[in-house]
Design a protein around this ligand. Structure first.
Ligand code: ADP
Ligand code: MG
Length: 680
C-alpha cells in the first residue's frame, strides 16, 4: 500500500460505500487517514458493575451469561442479555439489531459502553456499544474517535476502516519537517501524530497531535503562498513596469476631491503608490468594509499610473457594479483628461471593436468592466495597473490573462474582512492594506432581529417610513446559490406577496441575476430615482450599490447567511444623511443562531464580526465556502493567533537561508501534494 493507493484497493467494501466515501472526498488511502475525527468520546475508564452510576456513560468488562431475541407485541425485535463481572450483573437490551445474537454468544467476554438506567426496577443498559476483548480496543474502553458522518456512513464504520488502513499507511509517511523545527516548536513526530489523532492514548496526546497537524496545515498554506510570491517576483524582476509617480499631481488630484481622505485611506494610498514605483509588480490586497471608500483610493492609483502614460483596468464582479464604477471613476478622472470606457457582457460587438482598438493604440486610458474585458483577444498598448474589485470572484484563468499583458501591478479590493494575521497566512503572496475607519459623519445602521410574530408590526412601521419620510427599502431573499434556478422563483414570489398582499399601496419591484442587463439597469435607475419604494432582490447585487435614499433593509431567512455576508448586505443602506434600519427576519430558535445574529445588532465593524463568526462557526460557514477563497481548514483554528505566529516564524526560518526550500525536498514535496481551496 502507499498513500496514493485507491481506496477500493485498501479496504474491503461495497460500491455504495465507495461512492459515499467519494462524496467525502476520500479517494485514496492518504485521503482516508487525513479524515480526522470531529470529536472524541472518552470511555477509557473501565469500572466494575458494582460501581455503575445511573445515567453516567461507563464502560464495563464482563461476560455474557445469556442472550436471546424476543419479539414484542408491536412486532419489534428485542435482544435481551444478561451481563456480569465479578462484582455484579446487569440486564442489557438492544432494539432492532437481531444480528447481535450472531456476534455475541453466551460466554463471550466483551466490553460494553453505555448509560445504566433503572427499567422495571432493574439496572439495565439499553443499546450499549459492544466489542470483543482484543489486544487493542477500537469502539470501547478507550478514547473513541467520532467522525463526521454522512448518510449511510456511520462513525463506527469509518473508525473500523481507518483503523484497518492506519498502520500500513503511516509506514509510508516520512517525517518532512526538519528536526530543528520539530524540537523548537515542541511538535509531535508526524507518524505518531497520525496515530494519536485517530486513536489517542489520552487527552494530552490528542492536543499534541492536533497541534502538530494544525501547525502543518497552516504552514503548508503559508509557505505555498510565499513560494508563489517569490516565483512572481523572480519571474518579473526588472520588467521595469516601475511607475513614475508625480506626487505634486497626486496632491492636486486629492485636493480636488469633494472630501478629505480618512487617515486609513491616506495610509493605503501611500502604500500603493510606493509599490507601484518598484520594478516588479505590486500584489496588494486592500480590505475594508463596504462604504469605507476603497474606490477613490483605487482611482488615485489609476490616476498615478495614467499620468505616467500607463493604462489601467478596473474589473468588477457584476455589471451593475461595473456600471456604477464607470460613473464614479469618470466623474473623478475625466476632468483630468483621462479617457475612460466601459466594457461588459452587454457591450455591442461594434462598440467592443472600437474599444479594443482604443486599447491597442493607447487612446483609452482606463477600461472599466466585468470579466468580459479580460479576453485573450483584447490587447493593451501598455497596461500598468489592474484593479480588481472582489478578487475572489475571479479565477486563476483571468489572472493568467492579466499577467499575459506583461505583469501589471495588481490591486485587489475586498469587502470581506479577514483578521490581519489570518490574511497574512492565507494571502501571504499579497501585501495588505486595511481601511478600518469609515468616512466621518456616517450613522450606524440600527439593526434588529425580528421574530415571525412581529412581522406585521415591522411592515407597518416600514410603510410609515416610506409614506411619511419618502424613504426606500431593500428586501433581500435568502438564496445562497446564485446559479440556483429557484432564485428567480423565490424573488418573484416574494415580490407577488409584497405587492399584492402587504404593500398594495406602494410601488414594489424586483431584480435578480436572470433579468437582462437592460432590465436590471432600468430597475436600478428607477430605484435610484425613487420611482420604486421597495426593491426585492437576491444576494446577486451584493455590495457597493450606492443609493443614499434607501434607508431600510429587510433580510429574509437571515440565519442562512454568514455574518460577513449579512454585514455586506447591510452596507447597501446607511449611505445617506438619515438614520438607516436593518431588520433581520428569522425563524431560527437555536440559541447559537440567535446569538450569532445578535452580534450584528451590537457590532458594526466587519473585522470584529469576522472574528466573532470565525470563533463561533469556523471559516467555511462564515465566508460561505464557495465565495470566500478561504481554505477550509481541518484542524488549525484560524483564531489561534499563537499557533499562527509560530507558523509565521517557522516559515521565515525555513525559507531564510533557502527561499526556494530546496534544502528541504521532503517538505517541498509534501507541500506540493497539499491541496486546499484557497486558490480556485
Ligand atoms: P467601498 O468601495 O469601499 O465600498 P466606496 O468607495 O464606494 O466604498 O465609497 C462609499 C462612498 O463614500 C462614496 O460615495 C464615496 O464618494 C464616499 N467617500 C469615500 N471616501 C470618503 C471620505 N474620505 N469622506 C467622505 N466620503 C467618502
Ligand atoms: Mg466598492
Amino acid at each position: 500500500m502507499n498513500l496514493d493507493s485507491p481506496i477500493k484497493k485498501v479496504i474491503r467494501t461495497t460500491g455504495r460505500h465507495l461512492r459515499l466515501l467519494e462524496k467525502l472526498n476520500i479517494k485514496t488511502a492518504g485521503d482516508l487517514i487525513n479524515y480526522f475525527p470531529r470529536s472524541y468520546s472518552d470511555s477509557s475508564e473501565v469500572i466494575e458493575l458494582a460501581y455503575a452510576k445511573i445515567n453516567q456513560l461507563s464502560t464495563f468488562k464482563g461476560r455474557i451469561s445469556s442472550i436471546t431475541n424476543i419479539r414484542t407485541k408491536t412486532g419489534k425485535i428485542l435482544t435481551k442479555a444478561v451481563f456480569s463481572d465479578k462484582s455484579g450483573m446487569i440486564e442489557v437490551v438492544w432494539f432492532n439489531q437481531p444480528f447481535i445474537t450472531r456476534i455475541l454468544k453466551e460466554g463471550s467476554v466483551i466490553f460494553l459502553s453505555g448509560k445504566p438506567k433503572i427499567i422495571n426496577h432493574r439496572l439495565t443498559l439499553s443499546n450499549p456499544s459492544y466489542e470483543q476483548v482484543k489486544p487493542e480496543q477500537l469502539h470501547t474502553a478507550r478514547i473513541i474517535p467520532i467522525y463526521h458522518e454522512t448518510e449511510g456512513l456511520s462513525s463506527k464504520w469509518l473508525r473500523e476502516k481507518i483503523a484497518a488502513v492506519l498502520e500500513p499507511a503511516i509506514q509510508e509517511i516520512e517525517e518532512y519537517l526538519p528536526e530543528t523545527i520539530i524540537r523548537k516548536y515542541n511538535l509531535m513526530p508526524i507518524k505518531q501524530a497520525y496515530k494519536e489523532i485517530h486513536f489517542p492514548q489520552n487527552e494530552f496526546t490528542i492536543d499534541s497531535a492536533r497541534k502538530r497537524l494544525g501547525f502543518d496545515e497552516l504552514l503548508f498554506i503559508h509557505i505555498k503562498s510565499l513560494l508563489s510570491k517569490q516565483k512572481t517576483i523572480s519571474r518579473t524582476i526588472n520588467t521595469s513596469r516601475a511607475i513614475n509617480v508625480n506626487y505634486d499631481e497626486i496632491k492636486r488630484f486629492i485636493a480636488g476631491l469633494a472630501f478629505m481622505l480618512t487617515k486609513a485611506q491616506k495610509i493605503s494610498t501611500a502604500q500603493i503608490l510606493r509599490d507601484m514605483q518598484k520594478d516588479f509588480p505590486m500584489s496588494r490586497l486592500m480590505q475594508g468594509d463596504v462604504g469605507c471608500g476603497k474606490t477613490v483610493v483605487a482611482a488615485i492609483a489609476a490616476f498615478a499610473a495614467i499620468k505616467d502614460k500607463w493604462q489601467a483596468v478596473f474589473m468588477a464582479p457584476t455589471e451593475i457594479l461595473a456600471n456604477q464604477h464607470n460613473k464614479t471613476l469618470r466623474k473623478l478622472l475625466e476632468p483630468h483628461r483621462i479617457v475612460c470606457e466601459l466594457l461588459t457582457g452587454s457591450t455591442s460587438a461594434k462598440e467592443r471593436r472600437k474599444i479594443s482598438q482604443g486599447l491597442t493604440n493607447g487612446d483609452i486610458h482606463l477600461i472599466i468592466g466585468t470579466h468580459a474585458l479580460i479576453q485573450p483577444n483584447i490587447k493593451f498598448r501598455h497596461l500598468g495597473l489592474a484593479v480588481i474589485d472582489e478578487q475572489h470572484k475571479f479565477g486563476v484563468r483571468q489572472r493568467e490573462i492579466l499577467n499575459s499583458h506583461g505583469y501589471p501591478h495588481v490591486l485587489n479590493l475586498s469587502a470581506t474582512p479577514i483578521p490581519r494575521t489570518l490574511a497574512l497566512t492565507i494571502y501571504g503572496d499579497q501585501d495588505l492594506s486595511i481601511i478600518d475607519e469609515m468616512p466621518p459623519g456616517r450613522k450606524q445602521i440600527i439593526t434588529r432581529i425580528v421574530p415571525e410574530s412581529k412581522r406585521a408590526d415591522a411592515y407597518n412601521w416600514i410603510r410609515k417610513q416610506i409614506q411619511q419620510r419618502n424613504e426606500q427599502a431593500f428586501v433581500i431573499c435568502p438564496l445562497i446559490d446564485e446559479s440556483d434556478k429557484l432564485e428567480l422563483k423565490a424573488v418573484e414570489k416574494e415580490y407577488e406577496r409584497l405587492t399584492n398582499v402587504v404593500f398594495p399601496d406602494l410601488s414594489v419591484s424586483f431584480v435578480h441575476g436572470r433579468l437582462s442587463q437592460e432590465n436590471k439597469d432600468k430597475i436600478m435607475d428607477d430605484f435610484k430615482a425613487n420611482r420604486i419604494n421597495i426593491l426585492v432582490s437576491t444576494s446577486v447585487i451584493e455590495v457597493g450599490i450606492d443609493i443614499p435614499n434607501a434607508t431600510i433593509m429587510i433580510i429574509e431567512g437571515a440565519e442562512r447567511f454568514g455574518l460577513a455576508q449579512l454585514h455586506q448586505f447591510r452596507g447597501r443602506i446607511g449611505r445617506g444623511e438619515s438614520q438607516s434600519y436593518c431588520f433581520l427576519f428569522t425563524n431560527t430558535w437555536s440559541e447559537q443562531g440567535i446569538r450569532r445574529l445578535h452580534s450584528l445588532t451590537r457590532f458594526h465593524s466587519g473585522f470584529k464580526l469576522a472574528e466573532i463568526d470565525l470563533s463561533m462557526r469556523g471559516p467555511g460557514e462564515f465566508f460561505g465556502v464557495k465565495q470566500s477563497g478561504i481554505p477550509d481548514l481541518k484542524l488549525a483554528s484560524l483564531t489561534d493567533s499563537h499557533l499562527i505566529a509560530q507558523v509565521h516564524e517557522a516559515a521565515k526560518e525555513l525559507m531564510a537561508a533557502n527561499p526556494d526550500l530546496n534544502n528541504f525536498p521532503k517538505l517541498k514535496n509534501r507541500i506540493g501534494q497539499f491541496s486546499d481551496i484557497t486558490r480556485n
